[in-house]
Design a protein around this ligand. Structure first.
Ligand code: HEC
Length: 113
């Protein structure tokens, strides 16, 4: 009787461990933070790009983020790929995965604005 108890306790423990481990794995897929994305865009991108609708500060060499968001070719993948490769006319920011995810989410959020 006692052995059975201990076994089920051990099984319960393993289950709990397994569950918390899979929860930890889920956490690595974090939801992008639009506010962070916008703050980064203001800090790093707004010298060249109009980063929000109605923005009039930037020059016109670079497309506005709203225009980028509305291009049919723009997708999460295309933006990520763009931001992860160096570009001649743009500084290379060496963005982390989270930073680029936030920026991409922010740019895509402008699509319907
Ligand atoms: C020094 C000016 C400059 C800065 C700063 C800058 N960009 Fe750009 N960006 C450009 C120019 C110019 C282009 C157009 C590239 C071209 O046509 O070759 C461009 C193009 C892009 C495109 C691609 C548009 C397309 O045609 O697909 C994206 C996306 C983009 N920038 C995002 C960003 C983000 C995000 C930041 C901030 C982290 C940023 N840029 C900062 C100058 C800049």
């Amino acid at each position: 009787m006692r052995v059975v108890r201990i076994c089920s306790l051990a099984a319960g423990l393993f289950l709990a461990l397994g569950l918390s481990m899979s929860r930890a794995a889920d956490l690595s897929v974090r939801t992008p933070d639009l506010a962070d994305g916008k703050a980064m865009a203001e800090k790093w991108c707004s010298h060249c790009h109009m980063i929000s609708p109605g923005d009039k500060r930037a020059g016109d060499a670079a497309p506005s983020f709203t225009a980028i968001a509305r291009m049919p070719s723009t997708t999460e993948m295309s933006l990520r790929a763009f931001l992860q490769t160096p570009h001649v006319r743009m500084p290379d920011y060496h963005l982390s995965r989270d930073e680029s995810a936030d920026l991409v989410a922010y740019i895509l959020s402008l699509r319907d604005k």
